[in-house]
Design a protein around this ligand. Structure first.
Ligand code: VG1
Ligand code: CO
Length: 563
C-alpha cells in the first residue's frame, strides 16, 4: 500500500487545552487543519506497530475524522485500530477499552459538554496507555510539532464502514469494530452491587422513581443498557437517550441551567432520583425532587460511603483527591477517616499519576466530574450508579424510613459540616479584560497588598479578612513535574476561599471562572447547614466581586452561568 506524503503548512493555535484541542467545526474543516493535528499526534507518540483505540461522542464531523485518523494512522504504521461502532465510545468507555485491551493509546473525538453541529464545536483528544488524558509533556510535544509541520502521511483507501461489528483489514492495519456499550456495562457490574440496587428500586418503585437524561449525548445507549436492561427500570426512566450529532441543538452539559428538561420532569413527576450526563459521558449531575447535589458534595459523600457500600472499595480506599477549585468537603471526610487528600490542578490528567502509583481511589471536580481508579477519566454513569448503590445500602440500614438524596445530604452535613460552594462563569469575554483581571490579582500577590485586609458585605454585614493570596502551582508527587499558574486563590481567615481561573476548554474568546466556598461547622445547627446555597454565599460573593473588580475588568454585570 502506497504511503503518500501530502505537503502542508502549520496552523496557529493548535494547542491542546484542559482536555484536548477544541475549536469550532468550521476551524477543523479548513484544508489540512485536522490532518495536521492528527499527524502531530503521530509525530509525538511512537505508535508504530501498536494498537490504538478510536472513540468519541458521535458529534458532527466525527465520522469524517475517524477516516482521517485511519488514513494517517495506517500510513504511520499503526498495527491495529479498535473502534467503537459508528465511531461511538463515551470518554469513560474509551478509557476502559484502552486499559482492558492493553492498547498503546487512544484518540477521542469530542468537545465534551460544548454544543455540537456544523456551527458549533469539535475536538480531538489523545489518551495514553493508562487510559487517561495525555500528560502535559505529551500535549506540549504535540503542540510543538503542529508549529513546524510541513507534510503528513496518508494511505489512500475508501472509507471504512463503521456500522458493522467485526474484524476488518485497512491497508496494512487491522481494524476491530466493537460494541460501544458491552465492555463498559461489564465493568460497572464488576464494581457495584447490582442485586442490592435492583432490590431497592423494585421494592420502592412508587416512592423512588428514577430518571436518567442522556441529553442526546453519547450516554443514552449506556444508560438504557444499565438502567433499563440491567436494573429493570421502565423504558420511560431514560430520556433524550439517542445520541445526535448536534445533541438535538442543546448544550449537553449537566447542570441546572442546561439540563432543564430533566429538572422539569423530576419536579413535575415527583422523581426522587434524577441524573444526567454530558456529551461525552464523563460528567454527571444528581438531582431529585427538591434535591440538588453539588459535585463537591457528591464526591465527598461517595468517599464517605464507598468502603461499606460499594463492593469495588471493600478492601479499602487508598486515598482521595479534588481539583484545586473543588470545595474542601472531601477533605473533612478524609481527615475523619485518616486518608490522604490530594489537591491537583483542574483537568483529569493530574489524577492519573496518583492512581497509577496506588495513592488514589476516589476523586472529583466541582465541574460535575466524579470518578475513581477503575479507569483514568471521570465517569458520569459510574457516579450515578455509585449514588444508587449508596442509597440502596443506606435504605437497607434504615428499613422503616426511606432515605432519599436530601436525607443523605443532611446526615452528611451534620457529621462533617458543610462547604457552601458555587461557581460563576463569564463566558466569551474579551481576552484583554480577562488578562487584566488576572494581572491585577497577580500584582496583589506580588505586593502582598491584600494581606490582612478586611472586607464587609453591604447586604449581609459579614466581614471577611484575607488570610493569604496565592497563585496555585502544582508539583506532581509521583513524577515531580511542575504545572504553574493554575489559578489564583484568595483565602480568608474563616476558611472561606475565592478562586479565579481562566478556562482551558473554550473554543472562542476567554472564559473566566470564579469559584466561591464558605464552610459552616456542624455546630451551626440544622437550619444554618440546610440553607440555600446562594443565600449561604451571598456576602462572600459580593466581597469577591468587589475585591477582584471583576465587573470593571470584564464589562459584565452578571455571569453567563451559575452552578
Ligand atoms: C472544564 C472544567 C474542568 C474539566 C474540563 C474538562 O475545564 O472546569 O474541571 O476537567 O472542563 O471536562 P476548564 O479549563 O474549561 O475550566 V469535559 O467534560 O469538558 O472533558
Ligand atoms: Co465531558
Amino acid at each position: 500500500h502506497q504511503v503518500k506524503e501530502i505537503p502542508t503548512k502549520p496552523y496557529d493555535g493548535q494547542k491542546p487545552g484542559t482536555s484536548g484541542l477544541r475549536k469550532r467545526v468550521k476551524v477543523f474543516q479548513q484544508e489540512h487543519y485536522t490532518e495536521n493535528f492528527v499527524q502531530a499526534i503521530f509525530d509525538s507518540v511512537d505508535a508504530k506497530g501498536q494498537t490504538l483505540v478510536i472513540g468519541g461522542d458521535g458529534r458532527f464531523f466525527s465520522p469524517e475524522t475517524v477516516q482521517t485518523i485511519l488514513r494517517i494512522g495506517s500510513a504511520n504504521g499503526v498495527a491495529k485500530f479498535i473502534i467503537g461502532k459508528d465511531a461511538i465510545l463515551s470518554t469513560p468507555a474509551a478509557s476502559n477499552v484502552i486499559r482492558k485491551y492493553k492498547a498503546y493509546g487512544g484518540i477521542l473525538l469530542t468537545a465534551s459538554h460544548n454544543p455540537g453541529g456544523p456551527n458549533n464545536d469539535f475536538g480531538i483528544k489523545y489518551n495514553v496507555s493508562n487510559g487517561g488524558p495525555a500528560p502535559e509533556n505529551v500535549t506540549d510535544k504535540i503542540f510543538e510539532k503542529t508549529k513546524t509541520i510541513s507534510s503528513y502521511k496518508v494511505i489512500d483507501l475508501p472509507p471504512l464502514d463503521l456500522s458493522k461489528i467485526g474484524n476488518f483489514e485497512y491497508g496494512p492495519s487491522k481494524v476491530e469494530i466493537i460494541d460501544s456499550v458491552k465492555d463498559y456495562v461489564e465493568l460497572l457490574e464488576s464494581i457495584f452491587d447490582f442485586d442490592l440496587i435492583r432490590t431497592f428500586l423494585h421494592s420502592n418503585s412508587e416512592q423512588f422513581k428514577v430518571l436518567f437524561d442522556g441529553m442526546h449525548g453519547v450516554t443514552g445507549p449506556y444508560g438504557r443498557a444499565i438502567f433499563v436492561d440491567k436494573l429493570g427500570l421502565p423504558a420511560s426512566s431514560v430520556q433524550n437517550a439517542v445520541p445526535l450529532p448536534d445533541f438535538g441543538g442543546g448544550h449537553p452539559d449537566p447542570n441546572l441551567t442546561y439540563a432543564h428538561e430533566l429538572v422539569e420532569r423530576v419536579e413535575a413527576d415527583n422523581i426522587a432520583f434524577g441524573a444526567a450526563s454530558d456529551g461525552d459521558g464523563d460528567r454527571n449531575m444528581i438531582y431529585g425532587k427538591g434535591a440538588f447535589v453539588t459535585p463537591s458534595d457528591s464526591v465527598a459523600i461517595i468517599a464517605d460511603w464507598a468502603e461499606q457500600a460499594i463492593p469495588y472499595f471493600k478492601s479499602g480506599v487508598k486515598g482521595v483527591a479534588r481539583s484545586m477549585p473543588t470545595s474542601k468537603q472531601i477533605e473533612y471526610v478524609a481527615k475523619k477517616k485518616g486518608l490522604n487528600c490530594y489537591e491537583v490542578p483542574t483537568g483529569w490528567k493530574f489524577f492519573g499519576n496518583l492512581m497509577d502509583a496506588g495513592k488514589l481511589s476516589i476523586c472529583g471536580e466541582e465541574s460535575f466530574g466524579t470518578g475513581s481508579d477503575h479507569i483514568r477519566e471521570k465517569d458520569g454513569v459510574w457516579a450515578i450508579v455509585a449514588w444508587l448503590n449508596i442509597l440502596a445500602f443506606a435504605n437497607k440500614q434504615s428499613p422503616n424510613q426511606l432515605v432519599g438524596i436530601n436525607e443523605l445530604l443532611q446526615k452528611h452535613y451534620e457529621v462533617y459540616g458543610r462547604s457552601f460552594f458555587s461557581r460563576y462563569d463569564y463566558e466569551e469575554v474579551s481576552s484583554e479584560g480577562a488578562q487584566k483581571l488576572v494581572d491585577n490579582l497577580n500584582a496583589h500577590i506580588k505586593e502582598g497588598s491584600l494581606a490582612s485586609t478586611e472586607h464587609k458585605s453591604a447586604s449581609t454585614g459579614q466581614t471577611f479578612t484575607v488570610a493569604n493570596v496565592i497563585n496555585f502551582d502544582y508539583t506532581d508527587p509521583v513524577d515531580g513535574s511542575v504545572s504553574k499558574n493554575q489559578g489564583q486563590i484568595i483565602s480568608f481567615s474563616d476558611g472561606s476561599r475565592v478562586v479565579f481561573r481562566l478556562s482551558g476548554t473554550g473554543s472562542q474568546g476567554a472564559t473566566v471562572r470564579m469559584y466561591v466556598e464558605r464552610y459552616v461547622a456542624p455546630s451551626a445547627g440544622a437550619a444554618e447547614l440546610g440553607r440555600d446555597t446562594a443565600e449561604g454565599l451571598k456576602g462572600l460573593i459580593e466581597v469577591a466581586l468587589e475585591l477582584s473588580k471583576l465587573k470593571e475588568y470584564l464589562g459584565r454585570e452578571k455571569p453567563t452561568v451559575i452552578t
